[in-house]
Design a protein around this ligand. Structure first.
Ligand code: MG
Ligand code: MG
Length: 270
């Protein structure tokens, strides 16, 4: 990230919309398969295959040396979980983060799946994390400021009694997977950079069951909660417009598949 902020033309936005759509559809492919008994590495293979079949390139693969197409963060893993031989269990909370590049532009999204019989508090955690994302997107329009986004996310977490992870956050997105500005998940209202039309952002709140303190695991990638509490992570790619943010990713594809997967009945956000 070199600090430059790029405001996109309509042509560029249409490219980012296409890659964001591909990411959304890739997450939908994964939604079909998530169930107790499948390994996270199998999900990764499906994601890579699908993105390439559609003419895209996985954004995360080889990014700073990341070895896979998706990040699969299970239970106390907050983000950057490495796909592995781990077999998904009943009751797991599984965040799948995916990025794809089409026509030279990236899209980025993350969805948290509740597998089978999950604890009530984990369901509430996911609801709150998603609510914070929705609230943040609603205020991401021209004239508001970057601090308003973080303020909104932090407030929703606080109101529900969940931790909001501060060390990691969202970002600008376009020709680069990560561009300026950094979109923090905390902040002060009316502070920070003014949001202007054409700014494309990946907004991605991460919430934890208890403390929001994290540490980097021995694998060098997975970020885990210090106290072992469960984490949830949702992300959408949006563009700032004069009267609201336009969401370029589309969770409808995921929602449609959720309805058909009997293990994910608690994952729906609708
Ligand atoms: Mg992401
Ligand atoms: Mg991101």
């Amino acid at each position: 990230m070199d600090g430059s902020i790029y405001f996109k033309t309509e042509q560029e936005i249409s490219f980012i919309r296409k890659s964001s759509l591909l990411v959304s559809k890739t997450l939908a492919e994964i939604t079909k398969l998530i169930q107790p008994g499948i390994s996270t590495l199998e999900l990764d293979a499906v994601a890579e295959c699908y993105i390439r079949k559609e003419g895209g390139v996985p954004s995360f693969l080889d990014y700073n040396g990341f070895p896979n197409t998706i990040c699969v963060s299970v239970n106390d893993c907050v983000l950057h979980g490495l796909p592995s031989e781990y077999i998904i269990q009943d009751g797991d909370v599984v965040s799948v983060d995916c990025g794809a590049n089409l026509n030279g532009y990236h899209g980025d999204a993350c969805f948290t799946f509740l597998v089978g019989n999950v604890a009530e508090n984990h369901y509430n955690l996911c609801k709150s994390a998603y609510e914070s994302l929705s609230c943040a997107i609603k205020i991401a329009h021209e004239g508001n400021r970057l601090g308003d986004i973080g303020f909104e996310i932090q407030n929703v977490g606080k109101n529900h009694g969940f931790g909001v992870v501060k060390q990691y956050g969202g970002h600008g997105i376009g020709k680069n997977l990560h561009e300026s500005p950094i979109v923090r998940n905390f902040g002060r209202s009316r502070r920070g950079m003014k949001l202007l039309r054409g700014l494309t952002l990946a907004i991605e709140p991460m919430m934890t069951e208890y403390s929001s303190e994290t540490f980097l695991s021995e694998d060098g990638w997975s970020v885990l909660t210090k106290d072992g509490g469960i984490a949830a992570h949702y992300e959408q790619t949006v563009v700032v417009r004069p009267y609201g943010a336009e969401i370029l990713t589309d969770f409808c594809f995921v929602e449609n598949q959720l309805k058909k997967n009997k293990f994910l009945w608690r994952s729906s956000l609708l």
